[in-house]
Ligand binder design. Structure first.
Ligand code: GLV
Ligand code: MN
Ligand code: MN
Length: 473
């Protein structure tokens, strides 16, 4: 169907639908709950008539969604158009307030856990059933953009607004989640909120002794943001499998495929396996003029050599699916005329194949040992911060996302997420799925990140319809 004709046909279908609803409601048996019946029809679950679907007319308030994306971007510690919003900083706290306010305006009941995962719930008419979750993060790495994560939080709240406006009544409750610190910026741990939800006693313990680069402890930072108030026990964040019957995250693709192929929706089938490593070298340092080259053991050069070794090992895997990045390289004492006596390196490596990714991690470890020996520096630290397995999306959720896209006449593509997301960990407590929308040239983690309003709208529609289906299933 052409876009032109769908513009006219869909409102017509919506009007016909409401007309029919009124007729069936007045005709019906008074003992029947017509609202519930109607809502089953309404979400079309399961649907056999993809193009005659009343929810295809879901009306997204694109203007206000775009306004919110732009406004949230002003809560930033770096100048526009870049966004820097780091966990538990004043800007993060202000942005959290903004989100809680929007959740309240959407009629959701809001609660927060002890580390600041924020939940906004719309109670279903069978509230004892496991809820359907949706959400993402709003923290932003230094000098990044305004769409990463944000689309999945603001878009989820808008999806709720859309369903409410359309008169939908959820059977299972719908819950919007804003996860704490998907980005590892401050404490080096990615997907902090969702990792703790999925349950990690090791991480709960480690966080009691975790400090940022300014030596502020995790718990002090959390307390300064109003969290972890009464007790330092983080176990209350954990959830059991089955707390949610399904979890769906809307996100920008962060890659170029959808835009290049002109496809509005990506249905994610799997999330690649990420790992991150911290390495420290120590040498004797010394005077940049007086210490002769044969007598040096330069920790900075060991770090530089390790960075090149990371690239080599990644390329040796022989597939474009293996990637590796040295995003942090700090030298001490950081003076132009002083030989670095300490070097700190942080490495990120990922693959859609876990075994291949693990081989790269092992090779990096061996290189760090060899380089330290060769350069007579001390390998004072080699810490694998995380080495996570990949996650598969759930078949039923994939089907719901596909059916929603079809019913909305939106072309879609099944694809793998090379970036990680909170969904990687939500998959441990719930069947999981992700919806991608295109972004300009695949740019992400930089200020040029951009998704067109039309793509945001499409994403919210697919999310809303998917939530409606999962709520009734
Ligand atoms: C998420 O921010 C990632 O680095 O994949
Ligand atoms: Mn990110
Ligand atoms: Mn993200």
């Amino acid at each position: 169907m052409s876009r032109f004709s769908s513009q006219f046909l869909l409102p017509f279908l919506l009007i016909s639908f409401f007309f029919l609803t009124i007729i069936s409601a007045t005709d019906g048996d008074v003992d029947d709950d017509q609202t519930i019946k109607t809502m089953h029809q309404f979400s079309g679950y399961p649907s056999s008539e993809p193009h005659h679907h009343p929810l295809s007319s879901l009306s997204v308030d694109t203007q206000s969604l775009q306004f919110q994306v732009d406004e949230l971007a002003t809560f930033s510690d770096s100048p526009s158009p870049s966004v820097t919003r780091v966990l538990y900083t004043d800007k993060d706290v202000a942005a959290r307030r903004y989100i809680k306010n929007l959740m309240g305006l959407a009629g959701l009941s809001v609660r927060e856990d002890t580390i600041g995962n924020i939940f906004g719930r719309w109670n279903g008419y069978e509230p004892e059933l496991a809820a359907v979750g949706t959400g993402s993060h709003i923290d932003a790495i230094p000098y990044s953009g305004k769409y990463d994560g944000v689309v999945g939080v603001l878009g989820a709240i808008e999806a709720i607004n859309v369903l409410k406006k359309a008169g939908f009544k959820p059977k299972r409750s719908l819950e919007v989640i804003m996860f704490t610190s998907e980005e590892p910026t401050r404490f080096g741990i990615s997907c902090l909120g969702s990792r703790l939800i999925a349950g990690s006693e090791t991480l709960e313990k480690a966080l009691k002794n975790t400090f940022d680069s300014q030596n502020v402890s995790f718990l002090d930072a959390a307390k300064s943001a109003g969290y972890a108030r009464d007790k330092d026990d983080l176990s209350s964040v954990r959830m059991n499998y089955g707390t949610y019957s399904g979890f769906v995250e809307l996100h920008i693709e962060q890659g170029p495929i959808l835009e290049a192929e002109g496809i509005p929706i990506g249905v994610v089938t799997a999330i690649a396996a990420p790992a991150s490593i911290k390495v420290d070298f120590e040498g004797d340092g010394g005077h940049a003029g007086a210490a002769l080259m044969p007598n040096r053991n330069d920790a900075g050069l060991a770090a530089a050599e390790l960075a090149l070794a990371v690239e080599k090992h990644v390329l040796e895997s022989g597939t474009i699916d293996t990637v590796g990045t040295v995003g942090i390289l700090d030298l001490h004492p950081r003076a132009v005329n002083s030989i670095p006596s300490k070097a700190h390196v942080e490495i990120d490596t990922r693959d859609i194949n876990e075994t291949r990714r693990n081989i790269v991690v092992e090779k990096i470890h061996q290189s760090a040992i060899d380089i330290a020996n060769k350069r007579r520096v001390k390998l004072s630290g080699f810490e694998i911060v995380n080495q996570d397995p990949p996650a598969l999306a759930d078949k039923k959720i994939i089907e719901a996302m596909e059916a929603s896209s079809r019913e909305l006449n939106l072309d879609y593509k099944l694809m793998v997420s090379r970036a990680y997301h909170d969904s990687l960990f939500m998959a441990r407590v719930s069947p999981m799925g992700m919806i991608f929308i295109p972004c300009y040239k695949g740019y992400s983690h930089k200020p040029e990140e951009y998704s067109a309003p039309e793509d945001l709208t499409n994403g919210v529609k697919v999310l809303a319809l998917t939530l409606a289906k999962l709520s009734l299933s």
